[in-house]
Design a protein around this ligand. Structure first.
Ligand SMILES: [Zn+2]
Length: 226
């Protein structure tokens, strides 16, 4: 995948980054993007989707208020959102559950010191060599894919053609946590198809926010599989 810098993102999304050079007293964006470059491609896809959506529905572009790593994950705060934009952000943050913050490679959420969490690959982990080998030494892992019982699946593990795509597991966890946190939400993806390089979903119970979650998944898959 193409290497993306913070400068690239600021230049490409001037409205979203309009406070990048504001005073530190006025905006946390004065500190820049406060996460590692491994997550920049996720931010790039997220801001592309937000920009496209705002142009499409004539919604004024929101601006970023803060972008940072917190409790191991990406956090993106915008000044104004809609449920659809919230969905896009939800999925972007969920993708960072399994993406190394430094290099963008496969990783998982782990505790590395008392109370500190990180999502990093073995090469970039701050967990001390001895501690990494001991299951008891690491903190609680909150949202790993394997810890979920299979009956909870809201997204099939395979596409219609039988292809296994890791991102479907990430989407599954994102929709499970969404439905757990939103009363009455009950989205279920019945089928995933790949057509002409696009990921398409046949789903029921979809609201605006879960549409954003699924669209971000499809857009990120398209980027990483290109
Ligand atoms: Zn890494």
């Amino acid at each position: 995948m193409q290497k993306i810098t913070e400068g690239d993102l600021v230049e490409k999304f001037p409205l979203i980054f309009q406070d990048r050079y504001a005073s530190v007293r006025d905006s946390c964006m004065a500190f820049g993007i406060e996460c590692g470059p491994g997550w920049y491609p996720i931010l790039d896809v997220l801001f592309e989707k937000i920009t496209q959506y705002c142009e499409g529905v004539l919604f004024p572009s929101p601006k970023a208020v803060q972008i940072k790593e917190k409790f191991g994950n990406l956090r993106v705060y915008m000044d104004v959102t809609t449920p659809y934009i919230d969905g896009l952000i939800w999925m972007a943050e969920s993708i960072t559950d399994s993406t190394c913050e430094v290099c963008g490679g496969p990783a998982r959420l782990m505790g590395f010191e008392a109370g500190c969490l990180e999502v990093r690959c073995p090469d970039h982990s701050r967990i001390k060599a001895g501690a990494a080998g001991s299951r008891n030494a690491v903190g609680s892992v909150t949202k790993t894919i394997k810890d979920r019982p299979p009956y909870e699946r809201r997204v099939p593990a395979y596409t219609k053609d039988g292809e296994s795509i890791t991102l479907l597991d990430v989407l599954n966890v994102a929709l499970i946590s969404y439905c757990e946190s939103r009363k009455g939400a009950d989205v279920k993806v019945k089928e995933v198809r790949i057509e002409d390089g696009s990921m398409l979903f046949d789903a029921e119970g979809v609201d605006e926010e879960t549409q954003g979650i699924m669209d971000m998944a499809a857009a990120f898959w398209r980027r990483t599989s290109a």
